[in-house]
Every structure is written in structure tokens, then in C-alpha cells.
Design a protein around this ligand. Structure first.
Ligand code: NAD
Ligand code: ZN
Length: 385
């Protein structure tokens, strides 16, 4: 089959690889109909999350069940499903406690970025390096889906792939960011990063009762997309001191909730590219730290942007003094997916309005280039095998 294969940082190509096959009785093989590139994939492309061997990329995908393992009860050949990005057994302590990204059975060995074997197992994700279980991803014609009775969800025939594809990751991720803050209604929510994840968090914030949603991003075309599709207020750090602006917008207090939907991208290639022209507050490049500054006392910061390296000078003093609540991590997609499918199928939310490019999978190198470099007003790329 054909697939998008990671070889080394900066090098992803469209290659011929071996077809996946059923390895366990609980597996299915999925014929992929649509897949997307995620900001998380850029961390692999950048080398920020290391991978030594060749690997098929992709954790946002959906398709038609092609082959079914003998133990699979809930799916049959021909079913059309979306597949949540964390691989979860459904039965271990963590799966039973709503923490499927920490499934004890799906990840064989969990290594830290410095190569040390960590003391506990952690998330296993499709197409997300040996660190995360070493599974092949879904930017391919076919993909093996383990524990197929647990995560995949059937989707209605009358909905297009584009309408439901983002249930695999970015909508549940944006939803987590807001759900973790437990809104009561009427909150001011400031969301740093208006990429696909930030855009989804904006949608979730409105649905969960925010009274004001503020999007922050240095890319004007992404802020325009946020205004157009989500009717949010926007701030561009090229133009204003965002922390000061958020304080001014909230009577000097700060936002009730700040969301970091950027992660360590801000200090990696992107920052290298724009550093010369962006004057973030007093040299601060960690978006998480901007969140601690912009949130009100006793407020909440949630972090869905990925951090893959240690962070010196972590401002614990500020967090303590302000009494900040913080929650972060990979999104527990399984906790939300059924409710979110309901929201999409009843048209309470539209997800496909963030797609800027639909390309054949054979264009995958180009697709990564425009998404990574934020060229051609790229917001979200859907790939068709
Ligand atoms: P993206 O790269 O398309 O978007 C990131 C956005 O952040 C860009 O628009 C960029 O301009 C903006 N940005 C950069 N520096 C900024 C700054 N200082 N202030 C404000 N905005 C800034 O990526 P994405 O697909 O939207 O993903 C965002 C993050 O979410 C990534 O780190 C990704 O790995 C992570 N993610 C996490 C989960 C999870 O489960 N926690 C799931 C999916 C994605
Ligand atoms: Zn993703």
C-alpha cells in the first residue's frame, strides 16, 4: 500500500510499504477514507519528539472496516468509523478511570526524551513514535486498529468525512481544554493559539457557556478564520501586549480561564522563524507562562499544547501566589466522543469550517510543508488516500 512515512526530521515522503495485517484477535484493518495532519505531527517532523526508525505517520483518520479479528464484536466489514487517537484497552485501571491516554496495556515500554525507560507506562497513540507505543499511523491506505471494540465509533452515512473527521482528535482536544476548566457560565476564556486545536477550543468554549472568547495568535489569517467561523474577539501579539490587553478587557483582573493550545512549538522552529519580529512579553516565549500571567487570581489554566522538553524557571511562585488551577495532557477522547458525535450529528456544532486544504495523500510532503510553514493560508489539511 501507499503511506506517508517519516524517515528523519524534515523528511516525510509518500512511499510503498507493507500492508498492515491483523496481529491480535481484537484488531480490525481499516481502509482509510480521510486523514488529517495535526500540529502534533509537526513535533515529530521537527525532531522535537524523536523517532529513530521509519514510521507511518497519522493519528487523525477515519474509514471503512475491511477485515475483522475473530474477537471483535462491535464492528463488521463495511462499517464506517472514526477512530480516537489514543489507543486504549478499555479494561485497565486507567481506562476504567476515564484516563484512556494512560492505558496500561497499549504501550509496551515508555521512554523519556532522554532515552531513559520511564517508571510507568503511558499513552499509546497511532503514528506517534516508539515513545508512544510504536504503532503505525493512519496517513495511509490501510491501518491496523487494535482494541477495535473499545474506541472506534460508527458515524451516520449522511454525514461527510469532513463533517466528522475531527472527532478523532482536535474537537475532543479543544473540548478537554474547556471541560477541564469546569465553566459555570459567563466566563471570559482566552485561548492562546488559533490553529486547529485553538479553533476547536473556541467552539467548545461557546457551547459550554463562556460569555467572551478571546483568540490569540501572531498569524493574522488564522485570527481572521477565528473571527469568521467562531465569532470570537482576537488579539495579535504583533500588535499588542496580550497580557496587558486581556487585563484591560477584564477590568484589570485577567481571564477566568486561559488555554494553551500552542505548546512547545512556540520555542521551536516557529519561534526561530519569527523571533526577530515578535516581541513577546519581556522575552517570554513559553505560552504556558503567558497563560499564568493573563489568568485572573484563582483562575484556571489548561494546557493541551504539547510540551516535550523540561522547562527550567517554571514559575511556581506565580502559580502559588495566584492560586492557579492547572490541568493538562493528552485529551481523554473516549470520555467525550459519544456526546460530541451527538453535537455534530444534531448540527449544534460545525467542525469542517476550519479546513483550508483537501489534497491527495500522494501530496503529503507538500501538505506538511504548507501546514508547518503556515503558507498558503493553511489552517487544516485533509488528505485523501
Ligand atoms: P498549529 O501549529 O497549527 O497551531 C499552533 C498555533 O499557535 C499557530 O497558529 C501559531 O501561530 C500559534 N502560536 C505560536 N506561538 C504563539 C504564541 N506565542 N501565542 C499565541 N499563539 C501562538 O497546531 P495545532 O494543530 O492547532 O496544535 C496545537 C498544539 O496542540 C500542538 O502542540 C499539538 O501538538 C497539540 N495537540 C495536543 C493534543 C492533546 O491531546 N493534548 C491533541 C492535538 C494537538
Ligand atoms: Zn492530532
Amino acid at each position: 500500500m501507499k503511506a506517508a512515512v517519516f524517515h528523519k526530521p524534515g523528511d516525510i515522503s509518500y512511499d510503498t510499504v507493507e500492508d498492515p495485517r491483523l496481529e491480535n484477535p481484537g484488531d480490525v484493518i481499516l481502509k482509510v477514507t480521510s486523514t488529517a495532519i495535526c500540529g502534533s505531527d509537526l513535533h515529530i517532523l521537527d525532531g522535537g519528539i524523536p523517532q529513530a526508525e521509519d514510521m507511518i505517520m497519522g493519528h487523525e483518520f477515519m474509514g471503512i472496516v475491511e477485515e475483522v479479528g475473530v474477537n471483535v464484536k462491535n464492528l463488521k466489514k463495511g462499517d464506517r468509523v472514526v477512530v480516537p487517537f489514543p489507543i486504549a484497552c478499555g479494561h485497565c485501571f486507567f481506562c476504567q478511570h476515564g484516563a484512556s491516554p494512560h492505558c496500561e496495556n497499549s504501550n509496551y515500554e515508555h521512554y523519556g526524551p532522554d532515552g531513559d525507560l520511564l517508571d510507568q507506562k503511558g499513552a499509546a497513540l497511532f503514528g506517534y513514535t516508539d515513545l508512544y507505543g510504536g504503532y503505525s499511523g493512519g496517513q495511509a491506505e490501510y491501518v491496523r486498529v487494535p482494541y477495535a471494540d473499545i474506541s472506534p465509533r460508527k458515524v451516520p452515512d449522511n454525514m461527510t468525512d469532513e463533517q466528522v473527521l475531527f472527532l478523532t482528535d482536535i474537537f475532543p482536544t479543544g473540548w478537554s481544554a474547556i471541560d477541564w476548566a469546569q465553566l459555570k457560565g459567563g466566563e471570559v476564556v482566552a485561548i492562546f493559539g488559533s490553529g486547529p486545536v485553538g479553533l476547536m477550543a473556541q467552539k467548545a468554549a461557546w457551547i459550554m457557556g463562556a460569555s467572551r472568547v478571546i483568540a490569540i495568535d501572531p498569524l493574522e489569517y488564522r485570527l481572521k478564520r477565528a473571527r469568521d467561523v467562531n465569532k470570537v474577539e482576537t488579539l495579535n501579539p504583533h500588535e499588542v501586549d496580550v497580557v496587558e490587553a486581556i487585563r484591560q478587557m477584564t477590568g484589570g483582573r485577567g481571564a477566568d480561564v486561559c488555554v494553551d493550545a500552542v505548546g512547545f512549538e512556540a520555542e521551536r522552529s516557529f519561534m526561530e522563524k519569527v523571533k526577530a519580529t515578535v516581541n513577546f512579553e519581556k522575552g517570554t516565549v513559553k505560552v504556558m507562562e503567558l497563560c499564568f500571567r493573563a489568568v485572573r487570581r484563582s483562575g484556571t489554566v489548561t494546557v493541551v499544547g504539547v510540551y516535550g522538553t523540561p522547562y527550567d524557571n517554571f514559575p511556581v511562585h506565580r502559580m502559588f501566589d495566584k492560586g492557579i488551577t492547572i490541568k493538562q495532557g493528552q485529551a481523554p477522547v473516549l470520555n467525550y466522543i459519544d456526546h460530541l458525535i451527538e453535537l455534530v450529528t444534531t448540527e449544534k456544532v460545525v467542525l469542517n469550517d476550519i479546513i483550508s486544504h483537501t489534497l491527495p495523500l500522494s501530496d503529503v510532503s507538500h501538505a506538511y510543508d504548507i501546514f508547518k510553514n503556515k503558507e498558503d493560508d493553511c489552517v487544516k489539511v485533509v488528505l485523501k488516500p
